[in-house]
Design a protein around this ligand. Structure first.
Ligand code: GCU
Length: 352
C-alpha cells in the first residue's frame, strides 16, 4: 500500500507545518479550495428556520414514532420548503441519529433497513434528495437550485452541495429535539449521496461522524491513479453535481491542487467510516481504502488514532478495520448499501 501511494504521487494529506493550533484555520482554507475547485460555494446558513411537524403514526410496530417534517427557510428568492421524515425509537435516554440522504422517499428503496436501525437504538432523519433539487440536468431550475442566484464564476454550487446544505438544515432542526443525543448525530449516504455525506460532514462540524458508502470518484476514493471512474467520466455524465471549475481537471488530474484524501482528512477529529464493496470497480475499493488510510494522518497529528491496523496487511473481503477514529469495511459483492453495511457502521460508532 505504501509503495502504491508513492507511485500515485499524491499530494501530502496535510502540510508538515500543521499543528493542533492552526488546524481550524487550515480546515477553513481547504474547504474554500474544495468549494472553488470541486463542489461549488455553499451559501450562508439561513438566519432562521421554521417547521411544521405532522405526526404520522407509531412506526415499526410501536417501537418508534414517525414524523413528517416540512422545513422552511428564507433564500434570496423567497421561502424554500422541503419535506423529510424522522423515525425516533421510544427511549428514556437521548438516542444517536443518522441523517440519511436518500435516493428514495421514506419507506421505499432497498438501502435502508429501518427496523434494524431502530432496534439498534438509532434514530433516523431521512430526506429524499429529489425533494431538495432534482438529480437531473435541469439548468438548476428545480427546488433549492432555483432559489439562489448563480455567480457565473465557475464556482457555483452543484447539486452535491445543495443536497449537503439540506442535510445541514435538517441538523438545524434536529438540534431542537430533546430525544436526540446531540453528540452522536452522523450523516450517511451511498454512492453519489456518499459523496454528499462527506461534503456535508466536512463543512458542518455539528455532525459527530460521517458514513461514506461506496462513494468512489469525487467521494472517498483518491482520484490520482484510481481504477474505474475519473473526472473525465463524472463531469461528462453528471456535470451538474459539481462546479464548472472541476472540469479543468478532465485528463488533467495530476494538476488538481487537492485529492480526496485531503477532503476526508477535514472530518478530523470527528469519526469517519468508509465502506466499499469488492466488486465495485467503478468506485474502486482500493482507492477508497487509500483515501481513508491517508486521512488518518490528520487524526494522528491531532493525537488520535486514524485507520487502525497495519495497512501493509491487505484488507480481506468481509473485514472491518475498526479501532481508530477512522474505520474501513469491505463487503463482498457489488455496488449497494446493504443491511450488512449498516450493521458495520453502527458497530463502528458503538465501539467509540
Ligand atoms: C454513477 C456515478 C458514480 C455514482 C453512482 C451512484 O455510477 O458514475 O460516481 O457514485 O452513479 O450514485 O450510484
Amino acid at each position: 500500500m505504501l509503495n502504491e501511494i508513492k507511485r500515485r504521487n499524491l499530494p501530502k494529506t496535510i502540510p508538515d507545518s500543521l499543528t493542533k493550533d492552526n488546524w481550524s484555520a487550515y480546515r477553513r482554507e481547504m474547504i474554500v479550495l474544495f468549494e472553488k475547485e470541486e463542489y461549488g460555494v455553499t451559501p450562508e446558513k439561513p438566519e432562521s428556520i421554521c417547521w411544521e411537524v405532522k405526526k404520522q403514526h407509531d412506526s415499526v410496530g410501536g417501537k418508534a414514532v414517525h414524523n413528517l417534517v416540512n422545513l422552511s427557510f428564507d433564500t434570496p428568492k423567497g421561502e424554500f420548503t422541503f419535506p423529510f421524515d424522522t423515525v425516533i425509537p421510544n427511549s428514556d435516554q437521548p438516542v444517536p441519529m443518522f441523517v440519511y440522504i436518500s435516493f428514495h422517499p421514506y419507506g421505499a428503496g432497498q438501502y435502508l433497513p429501518i427496523e434494524e436501525i431502530i432496534d439498534s437504538g438509532y434514530a433516523l432523519a431521512i430526506v429524499n434528495y429529489n425533494d431538495v433539487t432534482k438529480d437531473t440536468e435541469d439548468n438548476f431550475e428545480s427546488g433549492i437550485a432555483n432559489m439562489y442566484p448563480r455567480r457565473n464564476d465557475g464556482a457555483d454550487w452543484g447539486k452535491i452541495g445543495m443536497w449537503a446544505f439540506a442535510a445541514s438544515r435538517m441538523m438545524d432542526y434536529i438540534q431542537t429535539l430533546d430525544e436526540i443525543d446531540k453528540d452522536r448525530i452522523y450523516v450517511a449516504g451511498h454512492s453519489r449521496l456518499g459523496k454528499t455525506a462527506v461534503w456535508c460532514g466536512v463543512q458542518d462540524e455539528r455532525f459527530a461522524g460521517v458514513v461514506s458508502n461506496d462513494s468512489g470518484c469525487s467521494g472517498a476514493a483518491v482520484t490520482r491513479g484510481k481504477k474505474g471512474e475519473h473526472v473525465v467520466h463524472i463531469t461528462k455524465n453528471f456535470p451538474f453535481w459539481f462546479c464548472k471549475n472541476y472540469q479543468k481537471y478532465i485528463e488533467n488530474e495530476e494538476n488538481m491542487p487537492f485529492d480526496q484524501h485531503q477532503l476526508l482528512a477535514l472530518v478530523a477529529p470527528r469519526l469517519l467510516c468508509v465502506g466499499s464493496a469488492t466488486e465495485d470497480e467503478w468506485a474502486d475499493p482500493e482507492s477508497e481504502l487509500m483515501g481513508a488510510y491517508l486521512a488518518g494522518e490528520a487524526y494522528e497529528m491531532l493525537g488520535l488514532k486514524g485507520l487502525s491496523g497495519d495497512i501493509e496487511v491487505p484488507v480481506e473481503p468481509g473485514e472491518k478495520r475498526f479501532g481508530g477514529k477512522v474505520g474501513y469495511q469491505l463487503r463482498n459483492g457489488t455496488h449497494f448499501l446493504s443491511r450488512h453495511d449498516w450493521l458495520g457502521y453502527m458497530e463502528f460508532f458503538n465501539g467509540q
